[in-house]
Design a protein around this ligand. Structure first.
Ligand SMILES: Cc1cc2nc3c(=O)[nH]c(=O)nc-3n(C[C@H](O)[C@H](O)[C@H](O)COP(=O)(O)OP(=O)(O)OC[C@H]3O[C@@H](n4cnc5c(N)ncnc54)[C@H](O)[C@@H]3O)c2cc1C
Length: 365
């Protein structure tokens, strides 16, 4: 990619590149390069390295621990991380809950939860989807009934990514069953270790345990864990999804084909956010194109590997795998990656749903 930067931007880029070359353990970049599974400890190590540098929450305002980067600096950072095979950060706390707390949380919530996202004290998961509420998210049925100083939560969440590692979940719950669908929803922070929370694994097409079902039975959640006003959680929910979709596009982590146009849209979105705006319906455009490109790349790699991509050896992506090599290193993850990334056009709101949003919000249809 041909990039032209000002002298200040070049100096910043050199600093980022020095950090990536000298401070990121080769073990981590080696795993990313080989497409191996990152463990919980790997993710925590990467977050801690970035946090020590003040670069972890690079899109947060400085008063909450962000580095004060402009849109170009964020772009440079993401771009060079991808080139250096640095891991991706985990989005649930940083990219999803963080912006919601900063915009809708009260002071006590910001003071308590934001530093814990930075320090890694909490591992967050997302409790939006339910068996009957995916694309039609506003039909969530999990209920939260207020009893004195806490809510009692009952229901089931599903597809909860990495919920098996999480100690906290931000969840959409129904607090008013009489109101119109979107108006009776609240945004709650649920302790995954509270009595009544049960996490059951879902094994996906690629043999992985990445997602879960979460059953909630009479779970007590303190009222101070309500973010925003009761029954106004839909506003938080939508705001969070725009960040989620922009992140799923993974622009810096793909390659050049079709990306020049994507790059411009991505810069428009981050510039709008830097200027105090929020990523609006453009996040849906980014999500569709970004995920299509990533899936096309997976398909291209799989085809280029030919017969080498046929063996489906999921364990080959675990650290320390000593089985028979099945062809060039890249072939090891061609098949697994191909299956795993089928998810990209589904989660964060399926691409069909993004098209509905674009037709309404941008085309006015
Ligand atoms: C790997 C993975 C990880 C996930 N992680 C999480 C997570 O951590 N937390 C969380 O809360 N959720 C998560 N999800 C859930 C994800 O957001 C939903 O799967 C997604 O929103 C689709 O909902 P659904 O699965 O209920 O499908 P449905 O809503 O049942 O959709 C089925 C099909 O119908 C299409 N469709 C539905 N409605 C329309 C419409 N109005 N117009 C056009 N087409 C339509 C969809 O595009 C889709 O192709 C994850 C999903 C996956 C696959």
């Amino acid at each position: 990619m041909d990039l032209t930067f000002t002298p200040e931007e070049q100096a910043f880029r050199a600093e980022v590149q020095r950090f990536l070359a000298n401070e990121v353990p080769a073990r981590l970049t080696g795993k990313v390069r080989a497409g191996q599974h990152l463990t919980k400890a790997d993710v925590e190590e990467w977050h801690a390295l970035l946090n020590a540098r003040g670069w972890l929450a690079n899109h947060w305002p400085t008063e909450y621990g962000g580095p004060g980067w402009n849109a170009v600096q964020k772009f440079i950072f993401e771009h060079d991380c991808a080139l250096a095979y640095a891991p991706r950060t985990l989005p649930f706390g940083l990219n999803m809950l963080g912006p919601v707390l900063i915009k809708y949380g009260n002071e006590a919530q910001k003071r308590y939860w934001l530093p814990r996202i930075l320090s890694g004290a909490d591992w967050w998961c997302q409790g939006y989807s339910e068996p009957g509420a995916g694309s039609d998210l506003a039909s969530v049925k999990t209920t939260a009934v207020r009893q004195g100083d806490h809510y009692v939560v009952n229901g089931q969440k599903t597809w909860t990514t990495l919920g098996q590692h999480a100690n906290m979940m931000f969840a959409l719950v129904r607090t008013d069953r009489e109101a119109k669908a979107q108006e009776g929803i609240s945004f709650l922070l649920v302790d995954m270790n509270a009595p009544g929370v049960e996490v059951r694994p879902i094994i996906t097409l690629d043999g992985e345990h990445e997602v879960n079902e979460v059953f909630l039975t009479d779970v007590k959640v303190p009222v101070e864990n309500l973010v925003g006003a009761e029954n106004k959680g839909w506003t938080c929910a939508k705001y969070l999804l725009t960040y989620e979709r922009t992140n799923i596009a993974g622009v810096g982590f793909s390659v050049e084909i079709d990306l020049e146009n994507m790059k411009t849209t991505n810069l428009r979105v981050i510039a709008a956010v830097a200027g105090g705006g929020v990523p609006g319906a453009e996040s849906s455009m980014l999500k569709i194109r970004g995920t299509e490109i990533r899936q096309e790349l997976n398909s291209l790699i799989r085809r280029a590997m030919g017969p080498y991509a046929l063996p489906f050896v999921d364990e080959a992506l675990d650290e320390g795998y000593e089985g028979e090599p099945v062809g060039p290193a890249e072939a090891r993850f061609a098949a697994v990656q191909y299956f795993n990334n089928r998810k990209l056009s589904i989660f964060g709101g399926s691409n069909e749903i993004q098209k509905n949003i674009i037709s309404k919000m941008i085309l006015g249809l």
